[in-house]
Design a protein around this ligand. Structure first.
Ligand code: ATP
Length: 320
């Protein structure tokens, strides 16, 4: 293995920079040349590629976002765009590519690998929606951002005796809502994977108020409801408790990565280079019980993500 490329693709997540740094530095340590491919598969198609050295990744371990930038490329999905990408890979003499991104990015890596390019995928997404790994890079930071927001909202919520709905990211996967809700002591957690009843939520609010609770937090994963403003209105009408809605939005995608995410990204980045050297490619990296694992890309993508029912039930028990 003489030369590898690294790219970030799809939605960005805190810790992507730590992962890039680990790939670049590990490769250089092992005398492998490394290039940075800008803006994901779009940059691969356009040859937007630059040599990386030790200094290219200096002073980035603590930064959110991705220095390589990211994109979603429809062109890459089409045969013509894909062929262009293969040509660029050949022209630049790239023998392997480390793809940092979510499930869509992994589908792209799977396609490259079927075309004979050595690929390794690192799970970079705040959503934690990849079933083969316990955690993805960026999830822990996003959860901590939400927990901080819950604490801030709880302060003012208590002063006014209000209920607060906090809408968090996770269109198809409720992990951010679940973990942040548990850590933030939310009264109710609404996720796409579990049906809910508004009457049940209202009952919990009323019971809480009757035993003297001054605040109530409801964590709502985005995409569960069409109109969360309407939902807040309905709760207020049914309970008589003033109910405010806060939509956290993109605040969850940025910020300095937590130590957990930096360590996870560093471990995975280092392991990706080792796997390239062992010629064990077409793999994605994950973490299971604090061990870094690797799995065939197609196999990993075929596993269906499910919500952790035990955590969900625990959160419910603890919020009575
Ligand atoms: P996030 O989890 O943050 O959404 P993602 O990696 O899932 O990240 P996507 O937009 O789904 O984000 O995918 C990123 C890019 O990967 C796409 O823009 C496209 O270039 C490529 N890609 C996605 N699906 C495929 C596919 N089936 N075949 C080839 N390339 C794909």
């Amino acid at each position: 293995m003489r030369k590898i490329g690294v790219l970030t693709s799809g939605g960005d997540s805190p810790g992507m920079n730590a992962a890039i740094r680990a790939v670049v530095r590990s490769a250089i340590y092992h005398d492998i040349k490394v290039v940075g491919i800008k803006k994901g598969y779009e940059g691969l198609i356009n040859g937007d590629i630059e040599d990386m050295n030790l200094s290219s990744v200096a002073d980035i371990i603590h930064r959110g976002g991705t220095i390589l930038r990211t994109a979603r490329s429809e062109e890459f999905k089409a045969e013509r765009g894909f062929q262009k990408a293969l040509n660029v890979i050949s022209i630049f003499g790239i023998e392997g590519i480390v793809v940092i991104g979510g499930d869509g990015s992994f589908r792209g890596a799977e396609k490259l690998s079927q075309a004979g390019i050595k690929t390794i995928g690192l799970p970079g997404t705040i959503d934690n929606d990849l079933a083969y790994t316990d955690f993805t890079i960026g999830f822990d930071t996003a959860v901590n951002t939400v927990v901080n927001a819950i604490s801030n909202i709880r302060d003012t919520s208590t002063s006014h005796g209000r209920a607060n709905i906090i809408e968090v990211m996770g269109r198809h996967c409720g992990d951010i809502a679940l973990y942040a809700g548990l850590a933030g002591g939310a009264e109710s957690i609404i996720v796409p994977e579990v049906p809910f009843s508004i009457d049940d939520i209202c009952k919990r609010l009323i019971q809480g108020r009757n035993r003297g609770k001054l605040h109530s937090i409801i964590i709502l994963a985005e995409g569960v409801l069409k109109d969360s403003h309407e939902f807040a209105k309905q709760i207020e009408e049914k309970t008589g408790i003033e109910t405010k809605l806060t939509i956290l939005g993109h605040i969850q995608r940025g910020g300095s990565p937590t130590a957990f995410d930096r360590i996870l990204a560093s471990r995975m980045g280092g392991r990706a280079v080792e796997l390239m050297m062992e010629d064990k490619t077409s793999r994605v990296l994950g973490i299971k019980g604090n061990e870094i694992i690797d799995m065939d890309i197609s196999e990993a993508l075929s596993i269906k993500k499910e919500i952790n029912k035990n955590l969900y039930e625990l959160a419910k028990i603890l919020s009575i």
